[in-house]
Design a protein around this ligand. Structure first.
Ligand code: FES
Length: 215
C-alpha cells in the first residue's frame, strides 16, 4: 500500500492502479464514463475524469495516470471543473435528451454527472448537433439508439471479454461514429440470446433489449 493526498486528505491505496480507481476505492467520486477497472489500457475517451496532480503542468485524465507514493491530487479545482463541464457539454450536444421517455431514466450516468457538476442537462454554450443517425433494430434481441450513445466503448469491452471476440464494434468516423452489431445472425442467436452484458453496462440506455423478439 502507498499513501497519496486527495483534496488535502491523506489516503492509503494499492499501488499500480489509476488515480481514478484509487479515488473510487476510497469513496471519492470523479466523473467518468469510459473506464472499467479491468481494462488494461483505458481508452481515455470521454475526457470527464480530469484531475490536477502536483508536478504536472496541466490537468490529467485520472483513468490513465497511475498513483505514486506521495502524489498530491486535486479533484475539485476551478480548472478541473471547467474541463469536466466542457467535456460534458460536448457529450450533451450530440445526445438526445429525452429523459422522460428513456429506459435509463433514474439510473443514467449522464444524470448523475449532471447533478455532480451542477450543470443540468440543458446546453449552455453549445448548440445541439443534429446527427444523421438512425436506431438499429437489425439484431435479433437488441436495439441500438445512436442518438443516446456516448461512445464509451464499454459494450464492446464486455462483449469481447466474455466471448473472446466482440459482436459489437465502433463504425464510422467523427460525428458519424456509432456502435455496430456484426457477426452472423447465428452468432447473435447463440451468444446473445441469454446474455445482456452490453445492455447492463451501457451507462445511458443506448442499447436496449427488444421487447418483442422475432420467432
Ligand atoms: S474515464 Fe477517463 S477519459 Fe473517460
Amino acid at each position: 500500500m502507498i499513501k497519496i493526498t486527495v483534496d488535502d486528505n491523506e489516503i492509503e491505496t494499492e499501488e499500480n492502479i489509476s488515480i481514478l480507481q484509487a479515488c473510487l476505492n476510497n469513496g471519492i467520486y470523479i466523473p467518468n464514463l469510459c473506464y472499467m477497472s479491468d481494462m488494461k489500457e483505458p481508452p481515455g475517451a470521454c475526457r470527464l475524469c480530469f484531475v490536477e496532480v502536483e508536478g504536472f503542468s496541466q490537468p490529467v485524465p485520472s483513468c490513465i495516470i497511475k498513483v505514486k507514493e506521495g502524489m498530491i491530487i486535486k479533484t475539485d479545482t476551478e480548472q478541473v471543473k471547467k474541463l469536466q463541464r466542457t467535456a460534458f457539454e460536448l457529450l450533451l450536444s450530440v445526445h438526445n435528451v429525452d429523459c422522460k421517455n428513456c429506459p435509463a431514466n433514474g439510473k443514467c450516468e449522464l444524470q448523475r454527472i449532471a447533478k455532480f457538476l451542477h450543470f443540468g442537462l440543458k446546453l449552455k454554450k453549445l448548440d445541439a448537433i443534429e446527427r444523421d443517425v438512425k436506431s438499429d433494430d437489425s439484431h435479433p434481441y437488441l436495439e441500438y439508439h445512436p442518438d443516446k450513445c456516448v461512445l464509451c466503448g464499454k459494450c464492446v469491452f464486455v462483449c469481447q471479454r466474455k466471448n473472446g471476440r466482440p459482436l459489437l464494434a465502433f463504425a464510422g468516423r467523427g460525428l458519424d461514429t456509432i456502435i455496430s452489431f456484426f457477426g452472423s445472425d447465428e452468432d447473435a442467436k447463440g451468444l446473445c440470446k441469454n446474455c445482456s452484458l452490453c445492455v447492463d453496462i451501457c451507462p445511458v440506455g443506448a442499447i436496449t433489449k427488444k421487447l418483442t423478439v422475432a420467432a
